[in-house]
Unconditional design. Structure first.
Length: 180
């Protein structure tokens, strides 16, 4: 039991350093780099007594930076255009978000659920998918989709896999070797 607590403390400190701030809402590391460094964390649905619908948070600094660069170059819009033109991708994205809501619900303790209900946010949580997005036909944040994809594969993550493959992007090897 003591070793587990020490490991969690070490992970918390590493994640806080990665984020550049205390890792509020940190529950556990759900994905690691091959060297064991945290890459994605699971976040509580209630953070500092406030509802927080984002379930998974990307903490890997290299991947975070690369995804940010891709977003700034318009990849989110490119992906959105691709989805808008393909009814099958639209349905897949919707299903990803619905599955994410169910997954988040499964992680929620009774105590957190009651607190969210007391704050009158429970119904809102039933309509917020990946990254807290309420519009299941829109790509809101590649970071959130990547974090979720590294735990449970999703449409946007698969599109990003293909993008890295086509571009022979140097982060591809790191991306492939992350582990849950």
């Amino acid at each position: 039991m003591v070793a587990i607590e020490i490991m969690q403390l070490d992970d918390y400190e590493i994640v806080s350093k990665q984020l550049g701030r205390p890792a509020a809402g940190f529950r556990e590391v759900v994905c690691r780099r091959p060297d064991g460094t945290p890459a994605v964390i699971r976040v509580d649905s209630l953070v500092l007594k406030r509802p927080f619908p984002t379930l998974f948070w990307l903490t890997d600094t290299e991947l975070d930076r690369e995804i940010g660069l891709l977003e700034s170059r318009g990849l989110t819009s490119e992906f959105q255009n691709t989805i808008d033109a393909d009814p099958e991708l639209q349905l897949a994205l919707r299903n990803d978000n619905l599955a994410h809501i169910e997954l988040r619900e499964g992680y929620m303790s009774d105590e957190v659920r009651r607190a969210i209900e007391d704050l009158n946010f429970y119904d809102t949580f039933q309509t917020k998918g990946i990254g807290g997005n309420a519009n299941f036909s829109r790509v809101r944040c590649l970071h959130c989709h990547v974090a979720a994809h590294l735990v449970v594969p999703n449409t946007i993550g698969k599109m990003l896999d293909e993008y890295f493959e086509q571009m022979e992007h140097p982060i591809l090897e790191s991306f492939r070797h992350l582990s849950v």
